[in-house]
Design a protein around this ligand. Structure first.
Ligand code: SF4
Length: 431
C-alpha cells in the first residue's frame, strides 16, 4: 500500500497586516515535520512518502498524480485546519485514496473534520493507532473499532472510543524516518539566525493544565517520556544537524528522566547544541539541572512566562508566579543559557498593560521574546470560558497573533502596541 503524508503549507492570516499594514518582524522557523517522520517510522509494510508543502508550496497535485497513493495522511494545527480540509478535497479530486487527518487540531476538536472528503480522524498520539488503521484499510474493512480513530459520518455526530495512551503508543523501537525529508533539509533553518535544526522528541504531553494550552488533547493528559537510549539513537540519526530542537511541550516535566538523559548525552560524547522547552518553576527548583545541561550542550530554552502579574497567571491556571519567572530569568542568564520567552497579550490589554510588559522586558531581558495574543483554541478550557465572546470564527486567524474576541482598546492602537512590542523585543534578539 502507498501512503502519502502531508505537511500543509503556511496558511495563517493576520489582522494587523491585512487591516492596518503592520508587518512586524517575522521569525521564520522552518523545521521538519517530525510527527510525520515518526508516523512513517512505524510503517514497515507500506511504501511511504512525505510531502512538505511548507518547504515546497504548490506541488501537491503533481505529487498526488505521480505517487498515486492509496492513503493520504494530513496533519495540521488549528490555523491550518481549513487548509487541511481543502487539501483533502484536492486528494479526492485527483486520486482514489482514503484521507486520514491527524495532528493538534484533530486531537482537540475532531468534529471539525467530520466532513465529506475526510474518511478518518486520528485523535491524539497516532504512531500506533495510524498503523492499526492502515492494517484495517489494507484488509478492506472499514475501521470503526480502533481506539483513538474516528470514522467520519458527515451530517451526524462523531462516535469513537477515546484511546488511553501509554508508552506503547510511542512505538519506540521504530525510529523516525528522517531520510524521507532529506530533500527538504536545506530549508530547515531558523531565520534570521541562520543555523539549521534537527528535531528530536523526548516526551509527549505535560503534567500541567494551563487553560489556553492544547497539549492535553495529544495524550489525554498523560506525560509520557522516551527512553534515553531512544533519544540518543534519534540524535545520532541526525548526524549533520549542529543544533537539536528537543521538540516537546515540556522537556523537563520529569526531572529524574531529564537528569538521566543529560548524563547519557555527556557519556555518549554528543557534541551538539540543544534547544528545549522548560517551565520557569523547574529552573528555580533545580538550577543545578540546568548547569548540568549547559555542560551537555543546552544553548537555549523556551520558557512560557505568559504573563507578568499573578492574577492573570492564576486566571490561566498557570500554577506559577511572576516572582518565579523573574528568578528563572536571572538563573538562566547566570548559567549562560539564552532565553526564548513566551508572553501572552490579552485582548483586554490597555495602554498601561502594554507599557507594563515593555518595562518588564527592559528590566528582565530575555534574548528573544515571542509575544502572542490570547486565543481560545477549540478544545481547551479557555475556549469553553470565552466562546460566547468570540467574534472571529474563521480558524485561519487562530495563529495566536490575532484577537478573535473584541479588544478593549481601539483596535488599531491595540495592534500598533503589539507590533511595537514585537519590534523592540526582536531588535536585540539572539540565540
Ligand atoms: S506548562 Fe506549557 S505545555 Fe504544560 S500545560 Fe502549561 S503551557 Fe501547556
Amino acid at each position: 500500500m502507498k501512503v502519502l503524508l502531508v505537511n500543509p503549507p503556511n496558511c495563517g492570516r493576520s489582522i494587523p497586516e491585512e487591516q492596518y499594514g503592520l508587518d512586524s518582524l517575522k521569525l521564520v522557523l522552518r523545521a521538519e515535520p517530525l510527527c510525520l517522520e515518526a508516523l512513517a517510522g512505524n510503517l514497515d509494510a507500506e511504501e511511504v512518502m512525505i510531502v512538505d508543502l511548507k518547504a515546497r508550496p504548490g506541488t501537491f497535485r503533481d505529487v498526488l498524480a505521480d505517487f498515486a497513493p492509496d492513503v493520504v495522511g494530513i496533519t495540521g494545527v488549528t490555523c491550518e485546519a481549513n487548509t487541511v480540509v481543502k487539501l483533502a478535497s484536492e486528494v479526492k479530486e485527483t486520486v482514489n485514496a482514503a484521507v486520514v487527518v491527524g495532528g493538534v487540531h484533530a486531537s482537540n476538536d475532531p468534529s471539525f473534520f467530520n466532513k465529506q472528503d475526510i474518511d478518518y480522524i486520528v485523535v491524539g498520539l497516532g504512531k500506533l493507532s495510524f498503523k492499526e488503521l492502515l492494517t484495517a484499510i489494507a484488509s478492506g474493512r472499514t475501521a470503526h473499532d480502533i481506539p483513538g480513530v474516528a470514522k467520519t459520518r458527515p451530517g451526524t455526530g462523531l462516535a469513537f472510543t477515546r484511546r488511553v495512551y501509554s508508552r506503547d503508543d510511542l512505538a519506540e523501537e521504530s525510529p523516525p524516518r528522517y531520510d524521507l525529508t532529506n530533500k527538504y533539509r536545506d530549508d530547515y533553518v531558523m531565520q534570521p539566525f541562520g543555523f539549521s535544526l534537527g528535531l528530536v522528541s523526548t516526551a509527549f504531553g505535560c503534567p500541567h493544565r494551563c487553560s489556553f494550552c492544547s497539549i492535553e488533547g495529544i495524550t489525554g493528559g498523560r506525560y509520557l517520556t522516551h527512553d534515553p537510549e531512544t533519544i540518543i539513537r534519534d540524535i545520532g540519526l541526525l548526524g549533520g544537524a549542529p543544533v537539536i530542537r528537543l521538540v516537546d511541550a515540556n522537556t523537563f516535566g520529569n526531572v529524574a528522566h531529564s537528569r538521566m538523559l543529560c548524563q547519557r548525552i555527556r557519556e555518549s560524547g554528543i557534541n551538539k547544541g540543544f534547544v528545549a522547552d522548560v517551565r520557569s518553576d523547574t529552573v528555580v527548583r533545580h538550577p543545578d539541572l540546568f548547569r548540568e545541561w549547559k555542560a551537555a550542550g543546552l544553548r537555549s530554552v523556551i520558557v512560557g512566562f505568559e504573563e507578568i502579574d499573578d492574577k492573570r497567571l492564576g486566571a490561566m491556571e498557570k500554577a506559577n508566579t511572576a516572582a518565579i519567572n523573574s528568578e528563572a530569568i536571572a538563573i538562566l542568564h547566570d548559567t549562560g543559557i539564552t532565553i526564548i520567552g513566551d508572553f501572552i497579550v490579552s485582548p483586554d490589554y490597555g495602554e498601561q498593560q502594554f507599557r507594563n510588559l515593555k518595562d518588564y522586558l527592559d528590566k528582565n531581558p530575555v534574548d528573544l521574546p515571542m509575544i502572542s495574543i490570547l486565543t481560545p483554541l477549540p478544545g481547551t478550557p479557555l475556549y469553553e470560558s470565552m466562546k460566547e465572546h468570540i467574534t472571529i470564527h474563521d480558524l485561519d486567524y487562530y495563529t495566536l497573533t490575532n484577537a478573535v474576541v473584541p479588544v478593549r482598546m481601539d483596535e488599531k492602537a491595540f495592534y500598533q502596541n503589539y507590533a511595537d512590542l514585537m519590534i523592540s523585543g526582536h531588535a536585540r534578539a539572539k540565540l
